[in-house]
Design a protein around this ligand. Structure first.
Ligand code: SF4
Length: 185
């Protein structure tokens, strides 16, 4: 079955790697996709599973920004971090994780290879090695990636997870190439 042209390799990536339009205001670094990273993934012939953007789905595109007050990217990231830690947001993240894990298990059950996950470091939601709280970047994972990691561990699904930053494309390329080369097949 599935003996056709597909590579049977699938990589999960944060939504905004392919669609910077989903980013919080003032944080898009490309008109559309993060070009350099996307090109590498296309050339690698992996299936690109674009994860949903939890912040957009929980808070909307404007992240329910409070109008009439002075904000900065840092203060907005901190506010979004607080909102994403609320019960309602966490419940939605859990549902998104559940849908993703279902897909992952379907691929694995059918003999596909899970290449890994690429998140966005510094994000309160999709950070892998670093996240955001108290007005600064901190060690640790964002709320969504943390849940995804925990759920996968519980189900004995193992794969590499790496974070990149859109404004550091050269470093992002190194990280993604390394992940593609070192994936647990
Ligand atoms: S990092 Fe995650 S939550 Fe933030 S814009 Fe990208 S996909 Fe959405």
């Amino acid at each position: 079955m599935f003996d056709d042209r597909r590579s049977k390799k699938v990589l999960l990536i944060a939504h905004c790697i392919l669609n910077q339009n989903a980013k919080i205001d003032c944080c898009a670094h490309y008109p559309g996709a993060i070009k350099e990273v996307t090109q590498i993934l296309i050339d690698a012939d992996v299936g690109i599973l674009q994860m949903p953007c939890p912040e957009l789905l929980c808070l909307g595109l404007d992240r329910q920004v409070e109008t009439g007050i002075h904000t900065t990217v840092e203060s907005e990231d901190s506010r979004v971090a607080r909102r994403m830690a609320e019960d309602q947001a966490k419940a939605l993240c859990r549902k998104l994780v559940s849908d993703l894990v279902y897909q992952v298990e379907e691929y694995q059950r059918n003999g596909f290879q899970l290449v890994g996950v690429v998140g966005i470091n510094g994000s309160p939601t999709c950070g892998v090695e670093t996240t955001w709280s108290n007005n600064q970047e901190e060690q640790g994972s964002g709320v969504f990636i943390k849940m995804l990691n925990e759920e996968c561990r519980m189900r004995n699904i193992s794969f590499l997870m790496r974070g990149i930053k859109a404004y550091e494309p050269e470093q992002a390329i190194v990280v993604v190439v390394d992940l593609l080369e070192n994936a647990i097949y």
